[in-house]
Design a protein around this ligand. Structure first.
Ligand code: CIR
Length: 261
């Protein structure tokens, strides 16, 4: 990020309907909406501490999963791509996000039959790794490649197994290093990178928000957090118990980008 550039974090308030969220790998358990809101405010506070300006979208009373803004868009310096989420219950989430992002970026869209959740898209430099999950399909990956090759990005599909999204399996925590659960995605897909593996007792621990030398990370994975600290990474833990019951992690709750690029 260029020095002096403002980093924006688009977030969205927890919906009162969150209890009816989509679930794929978890059993439904009661979500404490007040606690979820408190945890979400604390997450936004850490983003502020790390230099982000929060742009908070209003809550959507009927859109149970709308706090998970990551799935609705891919924001790059050159443009933003509004996704077509894989769960039909989530497709109406995109309009408010497009309204906000349209003030910062030219917009493109994934069209039917393409389906794409932003949680399946991991950008590392000029490469976008895209998980082929239950939420994201080949048609969307082809559309992404067509949109992004002219602006100099490579789009590479990655097989995901046993988890919801690619970023449940792997995220970036330093310029040359990925945090990975190798049971969910193969290391071989990410040429030239170094890896840190999640602790084997913390299979959901591969999801981290990387900002400079810092990461925002769930307090649910203390052993992996210690391993990250031993590598010299500054780890800011946040309580995420309620969004985790909805199968969401730390990356899911924001869209991060530089203003004015
Ligand atoms: C869903 O199943 O769509 C939501 N309950 C959770 C989405 C989490 N998003 C993400 O990992 N990027």
């Amino acid at each position: 990020m260029p020095s002096g550039a403002v980093r924006v974090a688009v977030t969205r308030r927890i919906s009162p309907a969150m209890q009816r969220c989509e679930l794929t790998h978890l059993r439904r358990s009661p979500i404490d909406i007040d606690l979820a809101r408190e945890q979400h405010r604390a997450y936004e506070q850490v983003l502020r501490k790390l230099g982000c300006r929060i742009e908070s979208l209003p809550e959507a009373p009927e859109l149970a999963d709308s706090v998970f803004v990551e799935d609705t868009a891919i924001v790059l310096d050159e443009l933003a791509i509004i996704t077509r989420p894989g769960a039909s219950s989530r497709r109406a989430e995109t309009s408010a996000v497009a309204g906000a992002l349209g003030r910062y970026r030219k917009l493109a869209r994934i069209e039917a039959p393409g389906m794409l959740d932003g949680g399946d898209v991991l950008r590392v430099g000029r490469t976008l790794y895209v998980g082929t999950s239950s939420r994201s399909n080949r048609a969307a990956i082809e559309q992404l490649a067509t949109l992004l090759m002219p602006v100099g990005y490579r789009v590479q599909p990655v097989e995901v197994r046993g988890c919801l999204h690619l970023k449940s399996a792997v995220t970036q925590v330093a310029t040359d290093r990925l945090l990975i659960n190798p049971r969910y995605a193969d290391r071989d897909a990410f040429a030239g990178m170094q890896f840190i593996e999640v602790d084997e007792t913390e299979p959901s621990g591969a999801n981290a928000v990387w900002i400079g030398s810092d990461v925002i990370y769930s307090a649910s994975h203390p052993r992996t957090a210690d391993a990250l600290r031993r590598l010299g990474i500054r780890v800011h833990t946040v309580e995420m118990s309620e969004t985790e019951k909805a199968e969401g992690g730390v990356t899911c709750c924001s869209l991060l980008f530089c203003e004015g690029r």
